[in-house]
Design a protein around this ligand. Structure first.
Ligand SMILES: Cc1ncc(COP(=O)(O)O)c(C=O)c1O
Length: 458
């Protein structure tokens, strides 16, 4: 991210016409980082600068860049049937993909409602939960419970479920009835629970029971949880957490939605992360890695129990998207899953996850690194002012550290990842699932250099 103006026509056009997502437009004044090509685990910008992709684009590019097989699947499908909706009609690609996803999903999660992305999948799950309870004769059950600092998307329902007040404030009032409970940040757990992960898990799960009881179980439709929470910097569930959450949901007749927009498709290990973590949800939302990013698609997977009242008579779910289950995206998703099988991607992640953990934990010798946490190929590195007291940075320091220094310095040093302060400051990492020890070392070395310099500048 050079700070010298690049002066090309495209730079000017970007500044004049392109609106960046979640971007301070002013940050583009001195150059718009423009990525033009990807190959394997690396991407190149318009100046020929090469970066290792430490975030799989945005938790998306599971199988790496430049995969001919996925590009060919898209081209072949566009030639055969570029588009047809799944409103009243079907096409083979949506049928085959629905069947395949159902086969991967646990328990009786067998029905697939396609969307074009993750936020739409979350929106779909909430609407579906509301209608489900109406059809079951319990119209008062419409509220949802989710966790502090969790991100679930930007549509008004998904944004209500999101636990980041500063993202929501410009758009309030949002959809009412979305309640928040503590997340599973073990590093910031109440002090008396820090040494006892099981007790912390029980405590955190019981906060969900408490919220349902405060609101009244007759008013609560669903609980939305990520298997491993991303925002805040990768919070894996403590032992026993999901077992207890499942019990609580069953006890109170509340649906459990596993928001796997990041965690599905091998990020934690299995195709669906609830499998890795040993629970069976009522719905799974997913997107991102389904096609490794070669074409957009998302889905809300639903259990037989939730589908049942929609199965007969004149009832329908009056909800859908023109591009939901797009034939090109569905064909690419099938090709992506073929590669998962032929290349043994799930086994590769399981075998290499401990190596990634060990490699990143080497950074704990740096005075700025407070915590290294995650699962599978999904990590957060929390930065602190004092590792003994776990003191974090104030807003000004965080602004100078993350935006002012880390983001451009990591880019210059050749690592694309994310320095995030939606919560305490963290560096987020989620490399392509085809990476191995050589790429982990490359990432660690770059981080080591840049974080050492960051500490020296404090
Ligand atoms: C857990 C989770 N849910 C939902 C979303 C929203 O997905 P999308 O950006 O595809 O709408 C995201 C995006 O990062 C996410 O991480």
């Amino acid at each position: 991210m050079s700070t010298t103006p690049r002066g090309t026509d495209r730079q000017t056009a970007a500044r004049d016409h392109l609106w960046g997502h979640f971007t301070r437009q002013s940050s583009w004044e001195h150059g718009v980082p423009t990525i033009v090509r990807g190959e394997g685990h690396h991407v190149w910008d318009a100046d020929g600068h090469r970066l290792i992709d430490g975030l799989s684009g945005l938790f998306v590019v599971q199988l790496g860049h430049g995969r001919e097989e996925l590009a060919a699947a898209a081209a072949a499908q566009a030639r055969e049937l570029a588009f047809f909706p799944i409103w009243s009609y079907a096409h083979p690609q949506a049928i085959d993909l629905a069947e395949r996803l159902a086969a991967h999903a646990p328990g009786d999660v067998n029905r697939v409602f396609f969307t074009t992305g993750g936020g739409e999948a979350v929106e779909t799950a909430w609407k579906l939960a509301k209608q489900y309870w109406k059809l079951r004769g319990r119209p008062g059950k419409h509220k949802v419970v989710s966790r502090a600092v969790a991100y679930h998307g930007t549509t008004q329902g998904a944004l209500s479920i999101t636990g980041l007040p500063e993202l929501k404030a410009p758009f309030e009032p949002l959809v009412p009835g979305a309640h928040k409970v503590p997340n599973t940040n073990a590093y910031r757990a109440p002090e008396h629970l820090r040494e006892d992960p099981k007790a912390f898990g029980r405590w955190a799960a019981d906060r969900i029971a408490e919220a349902i009881e405060f609101e009244g179980p007759e008013t609560v439709a669903a609980v939305f949880l990520e298997p491993v929470q991303n925002a805040g910097g990768c919070f894996p569930p403590p032992p026993g957490y999901f077992e207890r959450v499942r019990e609580i949901c069953d006890e109170h007749d509340v649906l459990l939605v596993s928001d796997e927009v990041i965690c599905a498709f091998g990020r934690i290990g299995s195709i669906f992360a609830c499998e890795d973590l040993g629970y069976v949800p009522d719905m799974i939302t997913c997107a991102k890695g389904m096609t490794s990013g070669y074409s957009p698609i998302g889905a809300c997977l639903v259990s037989d129990r939730v589908f049942e009242p929609f199965a007969t008579g004149t009832t329908s779910f009056a909800h859908g998207y023109t591009f939901g289950g797009h034939p090109v995206s569905a064909a690419v998703a099938m090709a992506n899953l073929d590669l998962f099988e032929t290349e043994g991607v799930v086994d590769h992640v399981r075998q290499n996850a401990p190596v990634l953990r060990r490699t990143l934990e080497r950074l704990l010798d740096l005075p700025i690194v407070g915590d290294v946490r995650g699962e599978g190929f999904f990590y957060g590195i929390e930065l602190v002012k004092d590792t003994a007291t776990r003191e974090t940075f104030d807003d000004d320091e965080s602004e100078r550290l993350l935006r002012g220094f880390l983001t451009p310095a990591l880019y210059e040093a050749g690592l694309y990842c994310r320095a995030d302060d939606r919560g305490d400051p963290v560096v987020q990492l989620a490399p392509p699932l085809t990476c191995g020890p050589a790429q982990f070392d490359e990432i660690e070395q770059i981080l080591r250099g840049v974080l050492t310099e960051a500490w020296a500048r404090l």
